[in-house]
Design a protein around this ligand. Structure first.
Ligand SMILES: C[S@@+](CC[C@H](N)C(=O)[O-])C[C@H]1O[C@@H](n2cnc3c(N)ncnc32)[C@H](O)[C@@H]1O
Length: 275
């Protein structure tokens, strides 16, 4: 296998092409507009030049809780593996880019370890700047008998520099009170809201997103046990990339992040073990 493709081979062709990239063969050149590496993420990253190519890295890694697609290990072993992946990712993120790491809880013998707390030092080591810790609130899940049932997970959004893309106007939603005006002071009578709408929100405050998770009757449901709702990733893609940007998900599952990228004219590469 040629392990050192030229960066030019990563500049994708248009119109879009989708391709499964099989390990053991040379990386296609140029890479497809939309590609899935059908094997281990760490192995894939090692085939790439250590150059900043990704505009957005967005992923929900295995949580080490014994799902069908993962082998449960000691928390420290899991975190060391994740750290190796993140160490490979950061040099490949553009200076204007973002990384969004979506995590829930590791559960050990009935007690929870919120994974964002465990991941924070890894991102800090890389001197990334946290812009938001988004609470993704959803309606369905297991009913816990000995603690409150978990109904949210977090998206840790980091940027590599202060020169990051943030397209706020692309992710505004219509204001709750569109015609609202100042009723006193020097601006009395003038519209108080932004005519383009307010920040994205489903309820206040704005870093709390209420988006249904993909459970049995959800229209996007496949055989995968833990898909992203496409809408969650669409919001991140719109806010943090421009059209033509390259989105990468090292733990792509059924490529929900790829669907979100394609809807918004971005390119996508994912890694996934499931054949
Ligand atoms: C939480 S799921 C992600 C689901 C995805 N966000 C979606 O929308 O379908 C984690 C995924 O990582 C995959 N995975 C586990 N270990 C992996 C590895 N070493 N390399 C690549 N993918 C892996 C699992 O098979 C699983 O599909």
């Amino acid at each position: 296998m040629n392990n050192t493709p030229k960066l030019s081979s990563l500049i994708f062709e248009s119109p879009p092409k989708a391709q499964i990239i099989l390990p053991g063969k040379e990386l296609p050149s140029p890479m497809p507009y939309f590609g899935i590496w059908n094997d281990d993420a760490e192995a894939f990253l090692k085939t790439l030049p250590r150059e900043p190519i990704f505009d957005l890295i967005v992923s929900s890694p295995p949580y080490n809780i014994g799902k069908s697609y993962e082998k449960r290990s000691k928390l420290s072993t899991y975190l060391q593996w994740q750290e190796r992946i993140i160490d490979e990712l950061i040099p490949r993120l553009k200076n204007t880019g973002s990384i969004c790491w979506q995590v829930g809880n590791f559960v050990d013998n009935g007690h929870i370890v919120p994974l964002d707390i465990e991941f924070a030092p890894i991102f800090k080591k890389h001197k990334l700047q946290m812009r938001n810790r988004i609470i993704w609130h959803f309606g369905h899940g297991l009913h816990s008998k000995r603690r409150f049932s978990g109904r949210y997970e977090t998206v840790m959004w980091y940027t590599k520099s202060d020169d990051y893309i943030f397209n706020l106007d692309d992710v505004r939603v219509p204001a709750k009170y569109p015609g609202k005006k100042h009723f006193k002071g020097p601006k009395a009578g003038q519209h108080s809201g932004n005519p383009l709408g307010k920040n994205p929100e489903d309820f206040w405050p704005e870093d709390v997103w209420d988006i249904p998770n993909v459970k049995s009757n959800h229209i996007e449901k496949t055989e995968h046990p833990c898909q992203f709702p496409v809408g969650l990733i669409e919001r991140l893609v719109l806010a943090t990339t421009n059209a033509g940007g390259l989105v990468f998900d090292p733990f792509a599952g059924v490529a929900s992040a790829g669907v979100a990228a394609a809807i918004h004219e971005c390119r996508f590469i994912g890694c996934e073990l499931i054949h």
